[in-house]
Design a protein around this ligand. Sequence first.
Ligand SMILES: [Mg+2]
Length: 293
Amino acid sequence: MIAYYLDLFYNKPIMEKLHYANKKEYQAKLKTIQQGGAKNLHVVADFDYTLTKQFSKVNKINTAPGIIQESFLVPEGYRLGKREIYEQYRPLELSQSITGQAKAKLMVEWWGRAQKLAIKYNINRRLIKKVLLQNNLELRDGCGEFIKFLEKNKVPLLIFSAGMGDVIDIALTEMGLLSNNIFLAANFMELNKKGNVAGFSRPLIHSQNKSEALVRNLPAGRELDKRDNLILLGDIPEDVGMSEGIEHECILKIGFLNEEIEQRLPEYKKHFDLIIASDGSMEVVNGILQKVL
Ligand SMILES: [Mg+2]
């Protein structure tokens, strides 16, 4: 009832928040995961707009790159440069007429230019920490419980991001949530003697190439490889690609559909087993975890 009145209050379209692609299949997957237990389970989650809220009342762009880009603590040249390339490449990223490989090439170009800007303007971890102390990222309600519950049950959580890993790492540390069951796959700064960024970790992770294949040969990959069942969380259909590269017995795919719900729901149902609409909380995910673990 509270949610209903809140929806009225914020004048959002009132929609049922949970949608299943196929409820029977969904229930069968839950059963498999439950039978496998905690020792056979791992969780993979996209970061921006999956673990964070899309519609934050605190931050203009509530994403790891956005929070830095929009802060007045960073040099103006960096802010303007980042916005300029965003406006140039974002339509190409969303374009339906550009195919996989061609799009991936453009994304590598975009990320390369963004990383050069970070180097040019001496972005560093001290600055990132300052920005986050002033305005930390807003996680979905219940995200802290989600991370702590996985930690308590020793279930690895792979957080995948095409953003700067340092931002996520510092943000979670500040919130007291960076536990040792978390593996972060993202682009990390390589620092020079002065502590400024001089380069970035490889392989480059961009919006089109997030997959477990990228971590297969890392310690994280070897740990995940032992666990057959996967709960995957994402906010765009491409996020389901994160499960590729490691074989799984069962993949339960949960999608957060934050906006344009009616138009996008049919497409989301093709990719996800369960869809949580309207930028909802982690409450449902936490309920699932408590049911199966
Ligand atoms: Mg996302």
